[in-house]
Design a protein around this ligand. Sequence first.
Ligand SMILES: [Zn+2]
Length: 561
Amino acid sequence: MSHPHPDLGTPPAPPRGGLRITPLGGLGEIGRNMTVFEHAGRLLIVDCGVLFPEEHQPGVDVILPDFTSIRDRLDDIDAIVLTHGHEDHIGGVPYLLRERKNIPIVGSTLTLAFITAKLKEHRIKPTTIKVREGDRHTIGAFDLEFAAVNHSIPDGLAVAIRTPAGLVVHTGDFKMDQLPLDGRITDLRAFARWGEEGVALFLVDSTNAEVPGFTLSERELTPAIDQVFRTAPRRIIVSSFASHVHRIQQVIDAAARHGRKVAFVGRSMVRNMGIAQELGYLTIPDGMIVDLNVLEKLPDDKVTLICTGSQGEPMAALSRMANRDHVIRIGQGDTVLLASSLIPGNENAIYRVINDLTRWGATVVHKGNAKVHVSGHASAGELMYCYNIIRPRAVMPVHGEWRHLRSNADLAIKTGVDPQRVILAEDGLVVDLVNTTAKITGKVPAGYVYVDGTDVGGVTEAALKDRRTLATEGVITVVVIVDTDTGKLTEPPDFLARGFPHDKNTFTPAVAAITAVLVKAAKEKIGDAHQLEQLISRAIGQWVYRTHRRQPMIIPIVIDA
Ligand SMILES: [Zn+2]
């Protein structure tokens, strides 16, 4: 296996006639998927997503790929191809388009509808190129062909990229449900055709590569969902991703069978389901959907609510219901169905919501106690089918943490791909494909870019460290008015603290430490306020660690009397 080398530097000039592939996100993490392809001086971007922050990144809304390596080449971009409409594939587009508004966006009908609605919120009207499975288009320097893939959102596409360097196939996110609700299966016949032509490099979704066997069909969930509708005594509240059109179709079908009405709750759910219905991806019987205020007048056993918040997101409808911060008051006899995955990192938040809902008297059905979720990604068995059908010359696992990428690489090797041609890359590594041979040649910046409110990129790792310190250790501000010639305090230091006992004597013992520092500094003729602040900071730091075993943020302010 080809592993990244720690000493990689700036890559050489792109090889003539070759294809350069630079993943800027999604390799080493689940999210912010983005790959840049370069040929003949032109760039093609496949996906531009966001990553959602974890608890150790307080205050961060989303995390973007780092655009540094393409920032001075925005005019060289021929297009952004979006494989499907999930946030981790399209969420970064508004931020890239802020840098150049008219980059053409290529995608399927539903994907373009979702990104257009998102861009409208950012007041951007995009230039779009609609494609469908089977289409072949030359866009700038790239000859593109698209094939249908099945995933947990309709209308996903894999893309084949042809240049003189060879045929490269990127799966996007996919699985191989053989009986999907919309009958649109992953097009293995197209994969086979590409395989016959000769795939020089195959970029493959790794999310479920560790999971043995095959991902079950969406249809396998019907009995468990039906069971909920058959037995729920009062209201049913379903939470799912606002993009999981097929899961929501299953819920609507069950509601129809059991004579219940449905209301959508939550901005993104209402918006996306409106789009999906209008474009024919969601089929809803007439009169089935009612407004929330109409629904409230119906008997409880005729009610279904479909809302966002399946990952325990604090601002989403379900968390707010669990907190009694929503017009929907969860009560005894209500049934809550979490028809969704449990994304690693969100466990605490989700179980908190489940516990709160249970405390109000609801019965909560989730993937831990019923078969109400299947993954949207191909498991090991499906991936091996793909390798055997395509027989790629080289493989580069994408979309996954290291363990997923590694498992996917192992699968490729098991099916006979030469281990020397399996490229385990990570974000920022530059892979050059020349004469159908791919190898890692350099590295470009690919760190996290944090979005915090209206700020993009201003929040640094150091700022996040400060936030964590503030959250866990507290803060002490001390104002010291001193005669710097003598080192004498003109009045007692003024302490302001957060995260410590509210007692005016808490910091009295620290005064002696400050006094000692100032007297010593005066003797050594140190009168510079900044230097004194550093000395005071260190003295208080040592005192607070000795007495409280804590390391708060310390902000000293020295005023020369
Ligand atoms: Zn996806």
